[in-house]
Ligand binder design. Structure first.
Ligand code: HEM
Length: 142
């Protein structure tokens, strides 16, 4: 009999369930993804290397788009109807010097976000593997 000692938006995380449940469900569904995206962008805009890319960006809309995107890529309900990731970041690469190094910093913030929400290591690895697939797309290598 285990007793929960901490409470977070990731309550409901279940790292041992059969793989017929999507990563989205195992992470804790919409509440978990919304909490993660909130913390994720707070970290990003507090990072002096990343903040300049988000100047003038409507962060409320950005959070909504990222929630839709993560819901989709983690296998949750709904369809992703945003711009494709290559087009969405093209201007940043051509005019603002977006490099793979920045991607790695962003991925690191996502990992730290999931860690702060007590997402189990194996689920975090799964989520990070999905996010890594965005890298060649953003940089036009696929
Ligand atoms: C894990 C990798 C990433 C994912 C999954 C991701 C996802 C997204 C998504 C879904 C959008 C919205 C697209 C739309 O307009 O429909 C977006 C836009 C944007 N992303 Fe990313 N992104 C990633 C990496 C980065 C990095 C490394 C930066 C910069 C440091 C960045 C900066 C931006 C900015 C500034 C916008 C808004 C562009 C605009 O409105 O013109 N992203 N991203």
């Amino acid at each position: 009999m285990s007793t929960a000692t901490t409470s977070s938006a990731m309550d409901g995380v279940d790292s041992t369930s059969p793989s017929d449940r999507t990563l989205y469900e195992r992470l804790g569904g919409s509440a978990a993804v919304e909490a993660a995206v909130e913390i994720f962008y707070n970290r990003i805009i507090a990072d002096p290397e990343l903040a300049p890319f988000f100047e003038g960006v409507d962060m409320k809309k950005q959070r909504r788009k990222q929630i839709a995107f993560m819901t989709y890529v983690f296998g949750g309900a709904g369809a992703y109807e945003g711009r494709d990731l290559y087009k969405a970041h093209k201007r940043l690469i051509e005019e603002q010097g977006l490099k793979e190094r920045h991607f790695d910093l962003v991925a690191g913030h996502l990992q730290e976000t999931l860690r702060s929400l007590n997402v189990p290591e194996n689920l975090m690895d799964e989520a990070m593997a999905v996010v890594a697939t965005a890298k060649p797309i953003i940089f036009g290598r696929v």
